[in-house]
Write a protein that binds this ligand. Structure first.
Ligand SMILES: [Zn+2]
Length: 448
């Protein structure tokens, strides 16, 4: 065994009593661990005094001398007591009787590279505890949030698609214009911020219903509300909903059975929606009726849950449509188009001709009129005037963006800055309309 003399207390001690230091000759520091601690403390106190601060007296952290085996035993104890493996959130509470997850990572992940453990689940396995299958747990929680929200918030729409194609919140409460998202905990993540702004941009309020509360504060966003499992349980128990309360309490132990329950719950919701459609429209829906239709589940959801759309209709005890497509109705096509143009203030692009904007797609307008322009012509509407209007509108918008830039920076943008990123038109657009940037600037100086 190697020994070394400490340069401070002059004691000769075993090498492991010295902290590592890769830059020194023998790979260890010149002061022993104990002296190091004292010297560090003295240094911090001198620094604090110099900066006019007062340091709190030194206290030993509760788990500072814990061994690896003791750490693993805490994991076993937890899973024996709660009949489930701990999650990181369980061990993130500073006042808990369990060591902090950071202590685990320090012992098993960062400092002891030879362990090659890369995750919390690896540490659980080391303790001989089988990790949770978070995918199952997740769908179980989502299911419980959906059920609870239906009871506590009134009518809910699931996987609501009325906000646009890139945004489908888990739960939308139309009567309150509220978006509810099921989350594992109040963790901070860019993805959550994005989701929040997507809702807020639609004027909706946002709530994250969380399974776990960790002791971080969560995201600081205006009017964002975190609702935690214990609050949900409390509100449900006021309404006497004991069964659901117990399901939430026992979530971890019964999550394995939830996959089927969850599927059944979603199927029931779809069946209810199919029947609702039939009641309102006096016919069974076609897949296209559900394309981007915010009041109904998407046709993908229906086919994923039932295999085929017709299977879903059968389960809902509704007649199956024998004609492959909905009959063409000229009045609907025309009214849709005019309403949409009025709303946009310009001609729609072919991409925009989709439900719920219009009942029929571009293909249908093409088939009957040779396109939307043909349709407007047939109605005696001067589409050229509309088109010019739209075009000028587009040019003015872009010119305004350049004027705004000049206002802000007190100079004109250069070629390199021309980009959508800067909220400016592209060089290509400038070339198309003005030949080059100086021409465009000249035009602006003369006209504004
Ligand atoms: Zn020493």
């Amino acid at each position: 065994m190697d020994y070394k003399q400490c340069k401070y207390c002059k004691d000769t001690k075993e090498m492991i009593m010295f902290n590592k230091n890769i830059s020194s000759k023998d790979g260890h520091q010149k002061y022993c661990k104990e002296c190091n601690k004292v010297l560090n403390r003295q240094y911090k106190e001198r620094k604090a005094t110099a900066e006019g601060r007062v340091m709190m007296p030194y206290t030993t952290k509760e788990f500072s001398t814990i061994t690896d085996e003791e750490l693993l035993q805490h994991i076993r104890d937890f899973s024996n007591e709660f009949k489930r493996p701990p999650t990181t959130a369980d061990f993130e509470n500073c006042n808990s009787r369990y060591p902090h997850t950071k202590t685990y990572y320090r012992h098993f992940k960062y400092y002891k590279k030879e362990n090659k453990l890369s995750s919390w689940n690896d540490i659980l396995l080391l303790a001989g505890v089988t990790p949770l299958d978070s995918k199952d747990l997740w769908s179980a929680w989502q299911y419980l949030v959906e059920k609870s929200a239906s009871i506590l918030e009134g009518e809910c729409l699931f996987q609501y698609c009325g906000f646009g194609l890139d945004f489908k919140p888990d739960i939308y409460v139309p009567s309150k214009h509220k978006v509810i998202d099921a989350a594992t905990s109040n963790y901070c993540h860019k993805h959550k911020v994005k989701q929040y702004y997507k809702s807020v941009n639609q004027g909706a309020s946002v709530e994250y219903w969380c399974l776990k509360k960790n002791n971080k504060t969560g995201l600081y966003l205006p009017n964002l509300k975190y609702v935690f499992a214990d609050e949900i349980i409390e509100r449900l128990s006021v309404l006497g909903n004991k069964e659901l309360c117990n399901q939430i309490k026992n979530l971890y132990s019964i999550y394995k059975d939830f996959d089927d329950t969850y599927k059944k719950h979603r199927q029931d919701y779809v069946i209810q929606k199919l029947q609702e459609f039939h009641k309102i429209n006096g016919r069974s829906p076609y897949t296209r009726d559900f394309l981007g239709n915010p009041a109904y589940p998407s046709s993908t959801t229906v086919t994923t849950l039932f295999g085929t759309f017709n299977n879903a209709l059968r389960k809902a005890k509704l007649p199956i449509n024998t004609e492959s497509n909905m009959k063409f109705n000229e009045d609907i096509a025309i009214t849709d188009l005019l309403t949409f143009i009025y709303k946009l203030g310009r001609l729609p692009s072919t991409k925009e001709l989709v439900p719920p904007n219009t009942t029929y797609t571009e293909k249908v307008y093409y088939k009957y009129w040779g396109g939307i322009e043909g349709c407007l012509n047939a109605l005696g509407i001067n589409f050229l005037a509309l088109k010019t209007y739209a075009k000028n509108n587009g040019i003015n918008l872009r010119l305004n963006s350049i004027l705004e830039f000049e206002n802000l920076h007190n100079r004109w943008p250069n070629n390199k800055e021309l980009s959508n990123k800067n909220n400016l038109p592209s060089p290509h657009w400038v070339y198309d309309h003005f030949g080059n940037l100086p021409n465009l600037i000249k035009h602006l100086e003369n006209n504004f």
